[in-house]
Design a protein. Sequence first.
Length: 219
Amino acid sequence: MKERIIEAFNFRHACKEFNSEKKIVNEDFNFILETGRLSPSSFGFEPWKFLVVQDRELREKLKEFTWGGQKQIPTASHLVVILARKSYFMKYDSQYVKDFMKNVQKQSEDVIKTRSAFYENFQKSDLKLLENERSIFDWACKQTYISLSNMMTAAAMIGIDSCPMEGFIAEKINDVLEKSFGIDIEKFGVSCMVAFGYRKTEPRAKTRQSMDKIVEWYK
């Protein structure tokens, strides 16, 4: 099992262009999405939303402002835009958080009260997330990268390529999301994108720093 996982990590690369004739079957792509859904998040509040964009006209609108996805967006079998929730959802006193603890996490009223106080202190004092809107949004974006990573790794383990993308003009993408997708950008903002498919050409050998360059042990 360990060898298989390392093989998947070596297989995975940021695919710059996909074989547009080769499509991912529904069963495999649903598996990839499920690994995103099951990913961990701070306090378990899942600050993400996944938009699967198969419509070619919508892809072209995203491509116009995505300089890091000019070949990936048109050729990918599946394109996912990952949104992060803004303070409307993620602030300690939001209705979303209250409903989430009650209806999704099935917490008792006593537990909700205790966790709410802890969550408030965490946002106000520990990470100081409430100083401005960008702070809490960036915090949510960081968490979406957990689901992004899990989906890419899961894809690699079943022989599917991927490419994460954040080379875009965020303001313009959000404008497209609002006008063409109907997304309320007061509540959501683009975090990143990820394309999935099958490589058109083989990549160059993977390069990474050696373990001793990036790990320090304190015994």
